[in-house]
Design a binder for this molecule. Sequence first.
Ligand code: AMP
Length: 591
Amino acid sequence: MQFIKLAEYYDALEGVSSRLKMIDIMSDLFKESEPSEIDHIVYITQGVLAPPFEGREFGVAEKMAQEAIALATGYTKENVELDFRKSGDLGKTAESFVSKSKLKRMNSSKPDVSEVYNSMIKISSISGKGSKEQKIKTLANLVASSSPVEARYLIRYPLGQLRLGLGDATMLEALSVMENGDRTLKEELEKAYNICSDLGLVAKEMKSKGIKAIKEFSVTVFKPIRPALAERLPTAEEILEKMDGECAVEQKYDGFRCQIHKKGKHIEIYSRRLERTTDMFPDIASAALKEVHAYEAIFEGEALAYNDSTGEFMPFQETIQRKRKHGISEKAIDLPLKLMAFDLMFENGKSYINEPYEKRRAKLEQLLEGSDTIKPSKRIITKSAKELDDFFSTSVTDGLEGIVAKDLKAPYVAGARKFSWIKLKRSYQGELSDTLDLVIVGYYRGRGSRTEFGFGGLLCAVYNETRDMFETVSKIGTGFTEEQMQELSKTLGSIEQKSKPARVDSITEPDFWVYPKYVVTVKADEITRSPMHTCGIAIQKDGTKSGYSLRFPRLVGETTIRRDKSPEEATTTKEIEELFSQQKKVRVSDK
Ligand code: AMP
């Protein structure tokens, strides 16, 4: 497929806001593509070069893209910069400069999608002395031989700003429509995606081998599995009821989730967001080599700092110091980490994800026999609410976050929040018992003393999985430190949008819209009904329309932006609805 064809599809996508229409356009695009290029099309549409666990970065900054546009069209950097200040979109600026280029179009042969993709790979791999100039030149060559609409996407792509308003869920549905004419294959496709985290690979398999290959898709070492997530319930009784009267109860550790892949002497560690974090945990990696009795294994646990002399786990703030890039090995000495392992997904050629929890756990314990740095999480199996509560209280007294209850019979549910894991966390009276992870979709200008930071508050949203949209739930206007205001205004300024992004649903208008990219952790007193927000919006008994909002929201946590969470991993609309109804129940029972 010629790149110009892809650019025309993208142009059509930008013009629609209906998700069904987007699925139609994408499925036509997939139908028209070849098996050898569909993975490239998927990555370009996702705005990446490869799945995130491969950690491939473009290494192209805005200034470099401006220089490339200038070089390709015979204008000065200053001309380009001035136009960009007005348009706020370097893609549009590129489009307009190409349409009025002072230079002859370099090459009349039209590049195809894979050629463009490979040039981007080339750009990303240029390093060392003079690499900046070389990157600019290669990008300028691409732009110089492109049409205006192609230039728009050639510039947006390496900047990670495609603005198509399209999530992975929509692409999975489009693949189903491509194959079957309807959305019935979505679930199978999603399952395959959840165990390899590589949408390009799923699309390629589907296109070249059909649905049979997707159904037979298996776990592979060094392709991270999308992590299982926990639901929440407010009491031990409700947890036991949901678990049919008996469950395992594990301590809940507050550190870094690590998914460890081992094959012979090769170890890789992936974060909750499936980024490769092996270099951050040298001691865990070497323990995985020595202590895990299997040639091949994929298992999961929480890494946290541990005080060897007192035998206590340290709070998250201590563990997070390890995130500093420098001095990791010195830190490893004064802050040794333990990995509390809680699940096993693969061992010596055999996938365990469809095996029941008890079987996975037994195998995990067997693999870790006699280990020291990597330990199985502490747990009990119980039928009694009192015993569950006591285990919870002891865990909290030991400085842990709470417990995670686990269904003894459930498989490992990759990539989904299901009641096979239920968390119970410390709660503070008068407050919602859990924090919420919200996606920033807009922000407000600073007023009064905050003017100097250019920042006065956030507009935040939750994720609606069914609609694949972000629905607003709260404005946050207080409780920011000066550093936080500075950080937020700088970070958000770089992803500002001229108008409301396609995947955001909002009635409230912020001073600036931003692309839904960053997640913050928020605590609030209560969830209330509000006509100002779109989260869970519905017509009420009195005929008015209202959604949910938060009372007294404030940021919490050591880090302002939760870079370990993607926007799709934020709290969901469904969770807010559940928390709202649990809140009502608690009040009724208080009385
Ligand atoms: P939350 O982030 O509050 O939704 O809680 C789920 C997280 O708890 C998981 O992503 C893990 O990182 C962490 N966790 C800590 N201990 C356990 C455990 N024993 N079982 C499962 N998850 C755990």
